[in-house]
Design a protein around this ligand. Structure first.
Ligand code: A3P
Length: 294
């Protein structure tokens, strides 16, 4: 554990109490978040890592870019919907055409100040934290973004102490939920998207004020399924990660399983009970619903 902590100190940086992946993080953006100039039609997707960020990137870019639906432009989803705080050094946000779409893992207290005036729209996607934890474990053991424990048991400790990018899952969701009235925000649940993608896309479009034809809606839904994204080099993140990690990659994929309830295959009964106790204590006053299995 000590050695993981030592490596973590090297790989992560802390800004205002929040962890960032040091190498990929654009500290210039972080330092100027208060002055970030928002446009009314900006859209921000906010997630805790492993909760469906890339899925949202794909869905939003399909909703907004005809070129993406028609596959006439050869841009990966992370260029269409860039991260605010990661790998953004070469992107000039100010000169991007509207509507600008962003994703971020930031906690509610760090996002551009103007968002609190309900200037732009925010979509917060959340997923049951057992699946988040298992997805995170596999992700960090496939892509050595930063040092992670190599057993679920040890990773559970790391996750429940919030020693990961995103910090403590409970704090992230609580912060956003309790401050929801300050923002123009729509909460979306990963599991609901998985169970009924079409209704979820419809709900998103309603929130965004986008009126899609039935045919366009069909295209968005079809191209945003797990199977389609997994086979789509513009949507599966494989190129970007290969480019970043190359020979260090271990076997696995960014789009790993995309299911609800995989935690049941990963966690022991004892780990699950331990997790439940903490969940119940931490979430007792947060009325958000969760889906734990299919
Ligand atoms: P698993 O590891 O459980 O498969 P993020 O983009 O926030 O890092 O989240 C990644 C997780 O979302 C992975 O979970 C990935 O498979 C899942 N995911 C990505 N696209 C998806 C889709 N179209 N449908 C369902 N799950 C998807």
């Amino acid at each position: 554990w000590d050695c993981i902590m030592e490596d973590l100190e090297r790989d992560l940086l802390t800004f205002e109490g929040f962890y960032f992946h040091r190498k990929a993080c654009d500290t210039g953006v972080l330092e100027n978040l208060d002055d970030f100039e928002l446009r009314d039609d900006d859209v921000f997707v906010v997630t805790y890592p492993k909760s469906g960020t890339i899925w949202a990137q794909q869905i939003l870019s399909l909703i907004y870019f005809e070129e993406h639906r028609k596959r006439t432009e050869n841009l990966e989803s992370h260029h269409r919907v860039p991260f605010l705080e990661y790998c953004s050094r070469d992107i000039d946000f100010a000169s991007r055409p509207s509507p600008r779409l962003f994703v971020t893992h930031l906690p509610y207290y760090l996002v551009p100040r103007g968002l609190k005036d309900k200037k732009a729209k925010i979509i917060y996607i959340y997923r049951n934290p057992k699946d988040v934890m298992c997805s995170y474990f596999h992700f960090l053991n496939t892509y050595p973004v930063y040092k992670a424990a190599d057993t679920i048991d040890a990773f559970m400790k790391q996750f429940l102490e919030g020693k990961v990018v995103g910090n403590l899952w409970f704090d992230h969701i609580r912060g956003w939920y309790e401050h929801r009235n300050y923002f123009n925000i729509q909460f979306m649940m990963y599991e609901e998207m998985k169970k009924d993608l079409r209704s979820s896309v419809f709900k998103l479009c309603k929130f965004l004020g986008e009126d899609l034809s039935e045919e366009t809606m069909d295209t968005v839904v079809r191209q945003a399924t797990f199977e389609n994204m997994k086979n789509d080099p513009l949507a599966n993140n494989e190129n970007a990660l290969y480019w970043n990690f190359g020979p260090k990659l271990r076997e696995g994929h960014f789009l790993r399983k995309g299911t609800i309830g995989d935690w049941k295959n990963q966690m022991t009964v004892e780990q699950n009970e331990r997790f439940d106790k903490i969940f119940q204590k931490q979430m007792k006053d947060i009325p958000l619903q969760f889906i734990w299995d299919v």
